[in-house]
Design a protein around this ligand. Structure first.
Ligand code: ADP
Length: 725
């Protein structure tokens, strides 16, 4: 048949016979003009396409009869038009699945196509351009989304999988612009992108595009698309192969990874093999206060601390050239402030199968807090060592009674050495002189309660048996509550001074006492003699001497008492004393010389008896009442109340004077202590009275307390137990 072809013009001419012959042919016949438009289609052709011959007229083969067109036919038509040489092709119809053998015969107007259907591919001796069956099968079975598009952008061929995405039929889409393919018919942006890509690819360029589309309303699809131009022998672009890969899963994994990278507290970055940064998480940009572009490459390095720059460069250079992970600490400046913070930076190379670095993955962890803590710890350790090494103060650390560490100063003070220490032979409890066990116990009780031991005085028994007066304070260690640190000051110089002072006071008061007593006696005798001789003027003068003489005597007596207290030798007589009488007597005597204040006593009607020293008990009342008067210069009355209970007698001495500041209320009972307030500065005194009072009260097992309010007054409460015999 191929050789027997008639010229087309002859067949189409007003030769009705030929026309009806064509109409009767069992094969489809289509005539195309020079522009590829259908000029004629016989009845069989119209049936195969499923339309009328008139419908086909004027359309291109691709648009009018997409059912028949395959890439092979498309190529063959182009070739026949260009070469004007007859040829034939054989392929399986994508619609009917029957084998079609197409004869293409150039005519004077264009080209004639005869479609001959066959059950099987013909084992012909005649030259056939190509068998397209396998190629179509491939397109049908291939899972990738493949389409073949004309350089004008019309869809020539489509893989089954791409068709399945849209659920359209092949004939509905073939021959239509690929940009209108239903899959992206509602994505104008992508249509525009594809249109541009087709134009570029038609010029011979391979185009790659990644996009996200929604084939149906509910799901989205990430596609990686490549448009590859296919050229004929003349290097003319014949058609374009469009391949789309579903990268939804990969994109999703990327997004999840991205979300993870954004969620972690570290600064995360990815760098080129040479170390220049190509991407990072938002945290990195936020910290540097830079855009991703500004921070990329080496842009971030402007935030690197100048002192760390060289070190960072060196470490990275070594790691990059050796292809090994690196770890380095450096400071980065916060973009929004002038603050530098420390970061721990780790870089790990990611290599391909040849071992070539493809990327660096890095994290920068903020360790500023940790760095500062470490620095503070180091400084504190340095200070601790400096303190331990000080030769001023003895320091030891103890666990229970055992001294587990001590500085040289402490060891030198006490005569022990390191060997004794490490053999656990140094024990502070054993070193404490027995008479200080009670105060030591109290101090340790304080330490256990408040984690702090206020300094107290005691004596250690040194290794050689000698005694060392010390001042000891301590704190509990924070890390291990079983351990405490103690500070020990050698108190021997101060104690020796105190001793000398006490000796002096004792000698001075003793030496003053004897002449004063005889002076007093002499004055009294002189007074009597002068009275007998009726020398009244001299008598008055002598009486005036008596006041200051008594004051000096009292001072000397107090000094004498104190030095005796110090030596533990204050004597007490033993008798039954009516306390009411003693108090009344003291009040009366004092009131005789006291003109500024009224002393108002309230005593119980029933006498209160105590076994004790009448003079010493009187001394308690005398000192408290004279203080009450002395420290209330603007008042005119002091009250003394005596009350009893079954167990005790309490004497309250109350004034309306200047009061005592809270922080001094404990201290006023120490010898020679005087409260230092501006209002007291002009009031004379040596700070001995309350020390003697509290010593006497203590001797009788009693207590003394003070309540006071500034500018309102003070009340001293003395209590003696009554069960003493
Ligand atoms: P002196 O009165 O010689 O200073 P004391 O031992 O009697 O010594 O008293 C010690 C200190 O206590 C006084 O210096 C004074 O500051 C304070 N003091 C004692 N009694 C009173 C009081 N009634 N009102 C205010 N302060 C007082």
């Amino acid at each position: 048949m191929y050789n027997e072809m008639l010229p087309v013009r002859d067949m189409l001419a007003p030769n009705l016979e030929a026309a009806s012959l064509l109409e009767m042919l069992p094969d489809a016949v289509i005539f195309l003009d020079g522009a590829g438009k259908i000029q004629y289609a016989n009845a069989r052709a119209a049936t195969m396409v499923g339309t009328s011959a008139s419908e086909l007229f004027g359309k291109t083969l691709l648009i009018g009869a997409p059912h028949l067109v395959t890439t092979l036919l498309y190529q063959a038509v182009r070739e026949a038009v260009q070469t004007r040489i007859p040829l034939q092709v054989e392929y399986r119809s994508p619609v009917t699945q029957t084998w079609l053998r197409v004869y293409l015969t150039p005519t004077s107007e264009g080209i004639a196509l005869f479609f001959h259907e066959e059950k099987e591919p013909k084992q012909s001796q005649e030259p056939v351009n190509s068998r397209e069956g396998t190629y179509l099968e491939l397109l049908e079975n291939i899972s990738e989304r493949i389409a073949i598009v004309t350089p004008e952008g019309l869809l020539l061929e489509i893989s089954q999988s791409l068709l399945a995405d849209t659920q359209a039929r092949r004939e509905e889409v073939i021959g239509k612009p690929f940009t209108h393919f239903p899959m992206w018919s509602s994505a104008p942006d992508f249509q525009e992108q594809l249109s541009v890509a087709i134009v570029q690819a038609s010029k011979g360029e391979t185009i790659h595009v990644e996009t996200r589309i929604s084939p149906c309303a509910c799901e989205s699809l990430d596609l990686s698309m490549t448009l590859t131009p296919h050229c004929d022998v003349n290097q003319q672009v014949e058609y374009l192969i469009w391949a789309g890969y579903d990268i939804t899963a990969q994109k999703q994994a990327e997004e999840e990874l991205r979300a993870l990278v954004e969620a972690i507290p570290q600064l995360v970055w990815i760098a080129q093999p040479d170390g220049s940064i190509i991407s990072s998480n938002q945290r990195w940009c936020d910290y540097l206060a830079m855009t991703a572009e500004q921070a990329s490459g080496d842009g971030w390095k402007v935030r690197l601390h100048p002192d760390d720059r060289q070190r960072v460069l060196d470490v990275r250079e070594v790691a990059i050239s050796a292809g090994i992970p690196y770890e380095i600490e450096y400071r980065l400046r916060e973009g929004t402030s002038e603050n530098y913070r420390w970061f721990l930076v780790r870089g790990i190379p990611c290599k391909d199968s040849q071992g070539t670095i493809r990327r660096w993955f890095g994290t920068s962890t903020d360790i500023d807090e940790q760095k500062r803590t470490e620095e503070a710890l180091r400084r504190s350790q340095e200070r601790g060592h400096a303190l331990m090494a000080s030769n001023v103060i003895g320091i030891f650390i103890a666990e229970d009674n055992k001294i587990i560490e001590a500085n040289d100063t402490f060891l030198n003070m006490t005569g022990y050495n390191r060997k004794d220490l490490y053999q656990n032979q140094v024990n502070w409890l054993h070193m404490t002189a027995p008479e200080y066990s009670e105060i030591t116990q109290q101090a340790h009780h304080q330490l256990a309660l408040h984690e702090y031991m206020p300094p107290y005085e005691k004596e250690y028994i040194c290794k050689d048996g000698s005694r060392l007066p010390v001042l000891v304070g301590g704190v509990m260690t924070q890390l291990d509550p079983t351990q405490s640190i103690y500070f020990v000051l050698d108190n021997s110089a101060r104690k020796a001074l105190e001793q000398r002072k006490d000796t002096f006071l004792s000698m001075a008061s003793h030496e003053l006492r004897t002449p004063l007593t005889s002076l007093k006696l002499q004055t009294q005798m002189l007074k009597k003699q002068l009275a007998k001789q009726d020398l009244h003027k001299a008598d008055v003068a002598l009486s005036r001497m008596e006041g200051p003489l008594s004051a000096v005597t009292r001072l000397v007596e107090e000094l004498f008492d104190l030095s005796k207290i110090q030596a533990g030798k204050l004597e007490y007589t033993q008798e039954t004393v009516n306390l009411n009488d003693v108090l009344q007597e003291v009040v009366e005597v004092m009131q005789q010389t006291q003109t500024t204040h009224a002393i108002v006593p309230h005593v119980p009607e029933r006498p209160v008896f105590l076994v004790g020293d009448r003079d010493r008990l009187g001394q308690v009342f005398l000192n408290l009442i004279s203080n009450a008067i002395k420290y209330s210069p603007d008042a005119n009355q002091v009250e003394v109340n005596m009350t009893t209970s079954a167990e005790a007698v309490t004497i309250d001495v109350c004034d309306h004077g200047m009061g005592i500041p809270q922080e001094q209320r404990e201290k006023i009972f120490a010898r020679f202590y005087r409260a230092v307030t501006p209002s007291q500065r002009n009031i004379p005194g040596l700070g001995m009275g309350l020390a003697i009072v509290s010593e006497i009260v203590k001797h009788y097992g009693g207590t003394i307390m003070v309540e006071s309010e500034i500018e309102t007054g003070s009340t001293f409460h003395v209590t003696f137990p009554l069960d003493r015999q």
